[in-house]
Design a protein around this ligand. Structure first.
Ligand code: AMP
Length: 198
């Protein structure tokens, strides 16, 4: 049985990595909110960094406004700066540092969705995909390509692969919408749960 089934009446626990900033277009937070709304509609639990600002806050608001379930993990030193109090319905787990936050987020989740963000988002994304590339991680990782945001990242990865420092096969997929991201995470995770139960 997966984490999600224990925690969420059959839904999944989906970790979202994304920016504490809003970016230069309202579309980033709009897609964040849409993702949150769809997570709640699918009975999935949001696992994220607990912040109430930027794209992070938009995702959490989308879940909270639609009566979804949220667990937010945040180091003590970031609680004021990233305003976890702005999302009162979430269950907050306070950690000593960023590394512990990241490991708890990963432990709790059935899959990972990445929206636009900055260094923190990249750090979290690279942690998961580097483990997938090493073969010690197999949960789905989906990047939502809002306004072509991830194209420069894909170019970087393709460049490294062209020089034979990375495998040709990417340890993540890119999709165009929040809905596609959730559908992608749902399909392999559900197949795995069924396989385990047989
Ligand atoms: P950002 O994508 O930079 O806006 O950050 C998204 C989230 O990642 C925020 O909650 C940041 O506090 C967090 N973050 C920033 N740097 C790191 C890091 N080195 N390791 C883990 N999380 C980080």
């Amino acid at each position: 049985m997966g984490w999600s089934e224990m925690a969420n009446n059959g839904g999944l626990s989906i970790c979202v990595f994304c920016g504490a900033s809003a970016g230069d277009s309202p579309v980033y937070t709009q897609v964040g909110y849409e993702l949150g709304k769809r997570l709640a509609a699918g009975n999935h639990r949001l696992v994220y960094g607990a912040g109430g600002i930027g794209v992070m806050g938009a995702v959490a608001r989308g879940v909270a406004d639609n009566n979804g379930s949220i667990v937010g993990i945040i180091p003590e030193f970031l609680r004021d700066r990233e305003k976890n109090d702005a999302i009162p319905s979430q269950k907050v787990v306070v950690t000593e540092d960023l590394a512990r936050r990241k490991s708890i987020m990963m432990d709790l989740s059935d899959g990972f969705v990445c929206l636009p963000g900055g260094y923190g988002t990249l750090d979290e994304l690279l942690e998961v995909i580097s483990m997938k590339a090493m073969g010690i991680e197999d949960r789905p990782v989906v990047l939502v390509n809002t306004q072509g945001f991830w194209e420069s990242f894909v170019e970087l990865v393709d460049g490294f692969a062209g020089r034979r420092f990375l495998p040709e096969e990417k340890p993540f997929v890119i999709v165009g919408s929040a809905l596609e991201a959730i559908e992608y995470i749902e399909s392999p995770a559900r197949a795995r749960l069924v396989a385990t139960m047989e």
